[in-house]
Design a protein around this ligand. Structure first.
Ligand SMILES: NC(=O)c1ccc[n+]([C@@H]2O[C@H](COP(=O)([O-])OP(=O)(O)OC[C@H]3O[C@@H](n4cnc5c(N)ncnc54)[C@H](OP(=O)(O)O)[C@@H]3O)[C@@H](O)[C@H]2O)c1
Length: 331
């Protein structure tokens, strides 16, 4: 890795999407989950490089274990006036062990990130089922239970309170199915501004995707490149590899870019906000550059649509309860 490689893209050139609140969110963010491959300091350093490069949207979460280090970087960049707080979109997420203590969890995140407010706070998973970091896929929380809507609504009311208190500008969901979202939209006072969900060319989730958009909720797409370096525990023999898809490879050849870049272009043009991860400046740069130049043609977009294999990579096995399979999580 060449740590001196910092090219810049004017953040004003990066497209933005409008939320139902009228706020604008950059159409690409940087992911910060290192899939157990990188330590917190390395990821925080990459966040610094990304912001210097022109990224203005960072996707964090308490469970990624690096918000403190990212906060140190943010504080330095604010002090150096590289960026000001208002020009940055910061997302974080309440982890499954804190559904009953949302405010305390959010305050810990704010302290760690060294900011007064978040732009978006998500419920990371709709289940309070807990597992320790880095456990094997066979590991189960003995207290794990199926989705209980009344309990989720208690968590959601606490999320709404954070908006009222100015601790986050927006709230949102992650890893929701359509049926769970329907219940939430029926019962909530503040609607989710965004829904973070797995979205890449081999897992396009057309039904949920269009439902979310139709409800005025912006889809944020995680694993936009297909998370090729995700932990082994998150891989199963039937999983496909989007960046090895021959059709994507062909389109990439035409555009003279890596297939990962085609996945990012597709994502933004398709209507979701991708949050690709890398700690490598060249890759961070290619991903940001992907959204400001050389879009895919209408024909290429049509071909990309046909590549869906309904192949979910983040199955969530560790969150299942006794007698359940991972498919039950997504009903
Ligand atoms: N809400 C949720 O439950 C949830 C779940 C999963 C992920 N997320 C979020 O989504 C983010 C992204 O997901 P992810 O990290 O699993 O998957 P991803 O962004 O699809 O894939 C990341 C991998 O792609 C490689 N890559 C990135 N840019 C590249 C480029 N231009 N050319 C070639 N390879 C490239 C990176 O390689 P190197 O390692 O070599 O840099 C990295 O290992 C996470 O960091 C996290 O913030 C959220």
């Amino acid at each position: 890795m060449n740590s001196d490689f910092i090219r810049e893209i004017d953040p004003a050139l990066v497209p933005k999407k409008k939320l139902s609140s009228g706020a604008e969110i950059p159409a690409i963010g940087m992911g910060t989950f290192g899939s157990d491959n990188y330590d917190a300091t390395t990821i925080a350093h990459a966040v610094e490089q990304a912001i210097r490069m022109g990224y203005r949207h960072i996707d964090c979460a308490a469970v990624y274990g690096n918000e403190k280090e990212i906060g140190e970087v943010l504080s330095k960049l604010f002090a150096e006036k590289v960026v000001c707080r208002e020009d940055l979109w910061l997302t974080s997420k309440v982890w499954n062990d804190s559904h009953h203590r949302v405010e305390a969890a959010c305050e810990a995140t704010l302290r760690n990130l060294q900011v007064d407010y978040l732009d978006l706070y998500l419920v990371h998973w709709p289940f309070p089922n807990f597992h320790a970091p880095k456990v094997s896929v066979e590991s189960r929380d003995p207290n794990a239970r199926p989705y209980v809507h009344e309990e989720f609504m208690q968590t959601w009311v606490a999320m709404e309170t954070l908006v009222a208190k100015g601790k986050t500008r927006h709230v949102g969901t992650s890893n929701m199915s359509m049926s769970k979202l329907q219940l939430l939209l029926r019962d909530c006072c503040i609607r989710p501004a965004c829904n973070e969900m797995e979205l890449h060319p081999h897992f396009q989730q057309p039904e949920l995707f269009h439902y979310v958009l139709g409800q005025g909720i912006l889809p944020i797409g995680y694993c936009p490149i297909g998370s090729p370096n995700r932990p082994e525990r998150d891989k199963t023999p039937d999983d496909t590899v989007p960046i090895e898809d021959p059709v994507i490879a062909d389109i990439a050849k035409t555009h003279r870019v890596h297939p990962a870049v085609i996945c990012i272009k597709w994502a933004v043009q398709n209507g979701q906000i991708p949050i690709p991860f890398s700690v490598k400046p060249e890759k961070l740069f290619s991903n940001l550059q992907a959204v400001v130049e050389d879009p895919l043609s209408r024909e290429e977009m049509q071909v990309m649509k046909t590549l869906d294999k309904n192949c979910r990579f983040i199955k969530g096995q560790v969150f299942t309860w006794q007698g359940a399979t991972w498919e039950d999580l997504w009903l």
